[in-house]
Design a binder for this molecule. Structure first.
Ligand code: ZN
Length: 502
């Protein structure tokens, strides 16, 4: 178990590529009721096209669902990573998704059956009124990777499909903004019970599609779209620049058109296999068409989505670079005080320092350095840093470093007759005093110094230590942040300890 947490991102991505082959059906209802909003919005498509294209900022609340016992939740990093990936995948649409909140929900009903009565009640109870709600769950029904539910107006997605290569999250967000499947109507085949896989089946449908409608429980009865565009406003997804797709990707579980199929006019069907709203597999990247983008933008601008437009974020500042790691090197002599340092990453608002190995540790850090006192001696550890902004973490693969700890301790308390040495506070904020506490058996003179990590003295003062308890103050106002060594020299010996000035 020990190493798995640390590589959660990598492991998760691997699991996703395995898991989605079973869980890639979409559970979004696309009946006439679902299509109503798109039909209404189409009247405004021209107006949307004529608007100058500006970034639209969309607040998202991710509800990270666990069992009632609090088990099984995804690591936050998976959410930050999914957010970055989604922003990259939506880059051309000028829709920018930012994190409003991660809400932690412990509810087994919601975790295992979000579509059940209790699961739905739980969703209704916790959903945010001012953001797009995405619920991350364990199970959403057999074979279902995710869905958008119009009634609750939320997206539900599996832990295993949250950041997958099939664009499951991006697809469900597409539904949220009114898009139907490009193969709408072919979502499954209700007329032939022997066909378990949805979509076009050459044995059932032949080379030339002569039927004019296709029915499914997901979509109801739907007009089959023709290549010449003559019925594109009413057929399938009712969007004209997505060509006919008879569920080919669902049928072949691939991204290449492997069938020769003609429509009822005798025109050869040429689908857009890599559309985000298709069921094709292994396309990566997938894309939206121009009209699909206009549909989503119109939906965002509509009265129904008014609640998404009250946020204060109006500039897109994603983290685009991986963190450059500086310290520690391969060996940390001391185990009980290890200084972690990395370069500032542009646009990062905070960092997650992950340490794994003989101990699993994770810290949320505001600056690009941190002093860790929780490691064990003679330990082997990996560490990495994820840079986080409201637009997610970096989409870059983060460097992972290895180090070992020695048996040394940061305090060398070897002044004869001096005990109970402590430094407070540690870390200390610049401008505040460092207080050195110690108890001496006898009075003695001392020199107290602050050294940087190169051993350069940055501050020194002479102090007389009294018999009994002492408090020595060092002023930090002129000292830049970083790790320093406090040194107390006396005729009876010398002690050092590390202090972190932030
Ligand atoms: Zn779908």
């Amino acid at each position: 178990m020990k190493y798995t947490q640390f590589f959660s991102l990598i492991v998760c991505l691997l699991m996703v590529s395995i898991g989605t082959s079973q869980n890639h059906r979409c559970g979004t209802d696309q009946s006439d009721a679902f299509m109503t909003e798109l039909r209404e919005n189409k009247k405004l498509f021209e107006a949307t096209r004529n608007k100058s294209r500006v970034d639209r900022f969309i607040p998202i609340t991710f509800h990270s669902v666990a069992t009632t016992q609090g088990e099984g939740r995804v690591n936050d990093l998976v959410i930050y990573s999914a957010l970055c990936t989604m922003n990259e995948r939506y880059a051309d649409t000028e829709m920018r998704f930012y994190l409003e909140d991660i809400n932690y929900v412990d509810n087994t009903n919601l975790y295992n059956a979000p579509g059940g009565q209790q699961g739905r009640a739980a969703i209704d109870n916790v959903k945010s009124p001012n953001s797009l709600n995405v619920f991350i769950v364990e199970d959403a029904g057999t074979g279902v990777g995710g869905y958008y539910t119009r009634g609750l107006d939320v997206v539900v997605i599996l832990k295993t499909t949250l950041a997958d290569d099939r664009y499951t999250l991006e697809h469900e967000i597409g539904h949220f903004f009114t898009l139907g499947h490009t193969h709408r109507g072919w979502d499954q085949i209700a007329s032939d019970p022997s066909v378990t896989q949805g979509g076009y089946d050459p044995a059932v449908h032949g080379d030339t599609i002569t039927i004019t409608t296709v029915a499914s429980s997901q979509s109801g009865s739907v007009l089959i779209e023709l290549m010449d565009g003559s019925n594109c406003t009413e057929a399938a997804d009712e969007i004209c620049d997505t060509p006919p797709d008879y569920g080919f990707g669902f049928s072949c579980n691939c991204c290449t058109m492997i069938y020769d199929v003609w429509d009822s006019n005798g025109d050869k069907v040429e689908p857009m296999m890599d559309n985000v709203m298709s069921y094709s597999n292994n396309c990566n990247p997938y894309r939206f068409t121009e009209e699909q983008t206009v549909a989503m933008l119109t939906s965002f601008d509509s009265d129904r989505r008014n609640y998404l437009r009250g946020g204060s974020v109006d500039i897109y500042t994603p983290v685009t670079e991986a963190a450059v790691l500086l310290s520690p090197g391969l060996l940390a002599d001391n185990y009980n005080g290890v200084f972690f340092d990395w370069e500032d990453v542009p646009n990062a608002e905070s960092y997650i320092l992950q340490i794994d190995g003989d101990k699993e540790l994770e810290y949320r850090v505001s600056g690009s350095e941190f002093f860790v006192e929780d490691l064990d001696p003679n330990g082997t550890y990996f560490w990495q840093v994820a840079s986080v902004s409201k637009f997610g973490t970096s989409c870059q693969t983060e460097e992972v470093r290895l180090f070992t700890t020695g048996t040394g301790t940061t305090s060398l308390r070897d002044i004869e007759g001096v005990t109970n040495i402590g430094i407070y506070p540690n870390p200390v904020s610049t401008g505040l005093d460092i207080n050195i506490f110690l108890t001496a058996e006898a009075a003695m003179s001392s020199k107290v110094s602050l050294l940087d990590l190169n051993g350069k003295v940055v501050l020194t003062q002479n102090e007389t230590i009294q018999r009994g308890e002492n408090q020595i103050k060092l002023k930090t106002s002129s000292i830049t942040s970083g790790l320093y060594v406090v040194e107390v020299q006396t005729a009876n010996g010398r002690m050092t300890d590390k202090v972190f000035i932030k």
